[in-house]
Design a protein around this ligand. Sequence first.
Ligand SMILES: [Zn+2]
Length: 293
Amino acid sequence: MSSESTLRADIVEVGRRMYARGYTASNDGNISVRLGADRLLMTPKSVCKGFMTPDMMCITDLEGRKLQGDRDPSSEMLMHLEVYRQRPDAQAVVHAHPPTATGFAVAGIPLDRAVLAEVLTTLGSIPIAEYATPSTRELPEAVRKYIKAHDGMLLANHGALTVGADLYGAYYKMETIEHFAKISLVARLLGRENLLSREEVMRLQELRGSYGIQAPAPICAVPGTELASRSVADRTGAAGDATCQTVQAPKGDGSRLVADVVRRTAEGREDEEIRLTYRELSALLEDAIRSIR
Ligand SMILES: [Zn+2]
């Protein structure tokens, strides 16, 4: 675990990046990290996250009692405490209002379509926690439903929340959500969203291990398609909390846009790179163009 002074500096840096990228306006957003087993280091209430200094941070216990700091802890402290309670593995929590992702949260459209491999391997799907009044006990209650199975979620009519094994991990997931939201928006404006097949999604899920990604839950059923393999009850635990990541992906017809090309190296090992001749590439592109016509 990093030293307290390093973590204070990291929170300042992440706050600066969030503000610079427009993920927060004015005093929005909040950031916390675990400081040992029973203490949290957290951004204070009512400061712009773009202009913090290391000495501004608060230290609280896991019940939210302030242990140290001149300022009061974040107004969203209850939400952070709930995340740490539900996710012993989470070392950091980031909350912001990135505009495109928050637009989806306002429209009530979850980012749960199988579109980008990177998003499927890192976050799976990004659901929307029900609307709750910010800074009240309602908000942790809404977050609780999804946090065991998801490292990132939208908060209806509010913003987004991410967790990570360290602070930068949590912050990068916020970047991924906003980036994914922008790409999804552009694809929808263009009028077409080609979804990856369910088979491809399952392949990507298997690759998580080889990428060293510790996803909180497996990818599961596919609502809104004929392929839902598990009922809603199967996808939720006893308390109605999500137990897996629901992704919309249609059943494929067995063909893939980019075929595997496995070649042997001189030593007889499978070459991990995919290399195509000009002729193979042209054929693939022609196939692809035909399939989207
Ligand atoms: Zn907020």
